[in-house]
Design a protein around this ligand. Structure first.
Ligand SMILES: CC(C)(COP(=O)(O)OP(=O)(O)OC[C@H]1O[C@@H](n2cnc3c(N)ncnc32)[C@H](O)[C@@H]1OP(=O)(O)O)[C@@H](O)C(=O)NCCC(=O)NCCS
Length: 171
């Protein structure tokens, strides 16, 4: 299978925060933001693989600043690395104040998807090429994030995660 540049999977969504998306403080529900991030990242993974994907894991979503009613939210997603049947995507959310136009990054996360057939069985996917410095850094980190995710899911023994362990070991 021919590799594809990561940039071809770039996907962006822009949404206005409406009353149905907010809590009693008039700030956005965390779950709603994760839903928008999941959809955007899923489209990015489908653009790369050309296949149907399902969410396998969501790693480290941080809620850094509140997003308010009528703010404009932009979500950007791009594939970082593929493995045999799974693909990791990096997702960032930006919030824009409609009055001042000020734009701040408010969230970042990594979503892992698995390509599946009509019966939900995993399918092999094509590799990705990281071209820029940022893409290469995320590509390198993806293996450690995958190991951590698999350990937390009870799918890998910590002692088998050589690259992750190396982070904590002294020379
Ligand atoms: C994800 C799913 C297809 C994996 O199926 P499975 O039978 O366990 O298949 P495998 O064990 O071969 O795993 C498939 C891939 O998923 C990866 N994977 C599974 N769980 C993972 C996790 N928590 N973190 C990272 N990768 C994970 C495996 O490492 C493997 O990747 P690889 O082939 O690239 O090495 C299956 O668990 C599933 O259908 N889950 C439900 C998905 C869903 O409904 N999502 C929406 C949530 S509401």
């Amino acid at each position: 299978m021919n590799p594809k540049p990561a940039r071809e999977s770039f996907t962006t969504t822009t949404i206005e925060v409406l009353p149905n998306d907010t809590n009693t403080l008039n700030t956005l529900f965390g779950g709603r933001l994760i839903e928008w991030m999941d959809i955007t990242a899923g489209i990015s993974a489908q653009r790369h693989t050309g296949l149907v994907v399902v969410t396998a894991a969501i790693n480290h979503v941080s809620f850094d600043i509140p997003i308010r009613l009528a703010d404009i939210v932009t979500i950007e997603a791009m594939v970082t690395r593929t493995f045999r049947t799974s693909v990791e995507t990096h997702v960032e959310a930006w919030v824009e104040n409609r009055k001042t136009g000020e734009r701040k990054r408010c969230n970042e996360a990594y979503f892992t998807f698995v390509a599946v057939d009509d019966s939900g069985r995993p399918l092999e996917i094509l590799p990705v090429v990281a071209e820029t410095q940022v893409e290469k850094k995320r590509y390198d980190g993806a293996l450690r994030r995958r190991q951590l995710s698999l350990i937390l899911a009870g799918r890998m023994k910590p002692e088998d995660a050589a690259e992750l362990k190396a982070l904590f070991e002294k020379d």
